[in-house]
Ligand binder design. Sequence first.
Ligand code: ZN
Length: 643
Amino acid sequence: SGMPRFADIKPEHVEPAIRGLIDENRALIERLTADPATPTWDDFVSPMDEAGERLGRAWGVVGHLHSVFDVPAWREAYNAMLPDISRFFAEVGQNLALFEKYKALHDSAEFPTLSPVRQRILEHALRDFRLSGAELPDAQKPRFQEIQEEQSQLAAKFSENLLDATNAHAEWVSDEAGLAGIPEDARAAARAAAEADAKPGWKFTLQMPSYLPVLQYADDRELRARMYRAYATRASELGNPELDNGPLIGRILALRHEEARMLGYRNFAEVSLVPKMADTPEQVLGFLHDLAAKAKPFAEKDLQELQAFAKTELGIDTLEPWDAAYASEKLRQARYAYSDQEVKQYFPEPKVLDGLFGVIRTLYGVDILPDEAPKWDPDVRFFRIEKDGELVGHFYLDLHARSTKRGGAWMDSARSRHRNTWGSDTPVAYLVCNFPGPVAGKPATFTHDDVLTLFHECGHGLHHLLTQVDELAVSGIHGVEWDAVELPSQFMENFCWEWDVLQGMTAHVDTGAPLPRALYDKMIAAKNFQSGMQTVRQLEFSMFDLLLHGEVGAVGNTSGDTGSAPVPIERVMAVLDEVRKEVAVMIPPTWHRFPHSFAHIFAGGYGAGYYSYKWAEVLSADAFEAFEEAGAGRGSLLDPETG
Ligand code: ZN
């Protein structure tokens, strides 16, 4: 029940502990489902939650150590138990006897007497069972299972094709003059790639770290054009037919449509939205159209500026798609560039943390105090959050990169708040980043991007830690709609762009001076550079995704509701063309095959969900605007009442 005893937990404990807890959960489920009595919250949900939490917490520690202390013994212990854990959760999700118990409780006389929070938990449980096909007639279940299996195979194949097609192409440069404009590090990598093939010259590939510098910096327009075409036609019928994702796309869409019809929905977009905040595909489309109408004039202005610059400064009369990144980079350098190194001097770690904690204290009326607990590394810090002297929660702060830590930044739950029949706990969070550590007695300094990352993860952390919900399944970050999860995190980022917040959060490492106004103005200008064009691009992807998973999926269905003939790829391309006519400002060439590499929606779980990025961004902007309005009269956005 306390904090994990990181110093005492050994890799060899994992298997017996996790096996024991899985067995305990299985035995409990067996006992509860065999009981003929009508289930009650206290006799059924409470013991289920309690047993699930014991397993979740133990496995959570293993997963956490696998991420932040990835030494061979821990990696092995984690991987050894992963299949058993996955199997157990899959089994629970498909346990129809369990589904019947939840349903019986939902239909019982107790249900209307339960708190709205508990009612919500039961509704979530039933929803998840239903979406896995639990309510289908027995005769349809094998087909539903088949569809699921084929879908995961197709998703895996889609990714493999894309990867193989990405690796299949290379551009060779034999003459050093052909490298003009390309930065030194990208050249060195290209030379090393050629050497690995035992060849002279420079080898550029379609992998992002090799491809992007060519498109951004190479003066050789023909090289850019060749690379662009190769990249844009990956995994399509214009390349190796064995790696063509076109037929897979048609098949995935047809299967998703069939699944949706079996579950009683009109199309897959409706299914995707069931666990999300948005209500209907029409509502999301309305949102996207509205945003597009507002963003497009700005995108057109961005493009005109870029075209004019390319013409007068670069001698490019007609700006082609393979010129866009190149001209943008030149324009950015000419008008908006500032040095990350210069900015970094103003963000020493202690000052940034003081600033962050100060923002949190003012907004939410809580104090953040240093505390003690066992840790996985001496560099980790531990804090407690108090409100009016009362404990609210704890968090670990693991800021600096280590060779044993997975890359990136994230927030995870170590413990979730609950106060119910089987006990009570305050929440605990892990905040993990990969920033550079202190060097030679000087404090670590952060780039502005690092500071944004820190505020972002802290937003997720606050979501988890300041919860007032007493039931585990929906407290903190649990049970939150997928398209709303990024609201608190993106919201917190806004404060890193505020002049008065930055004044209190910056001190030059040598002089102690706060961030100067001139540098701040440049950072703001760079932030907004081409944001119109970036926005319409995101909207194009979002609309395409949503329309594709609407009625388009039915196109291939020749035998009414249950057929699943593939959607012709021409139909898919036609949908994209339509969307581009409405929102895009730069129309790619007709041979461009964007859908064939849109792994987010065909292989990554974002099907009819790509809009979530923009949806959450607008929510966070709306929330932030409440602070702007409240602060308008008082000279500071940090308004405790709104907080
Ligand atoms: Zn996030």
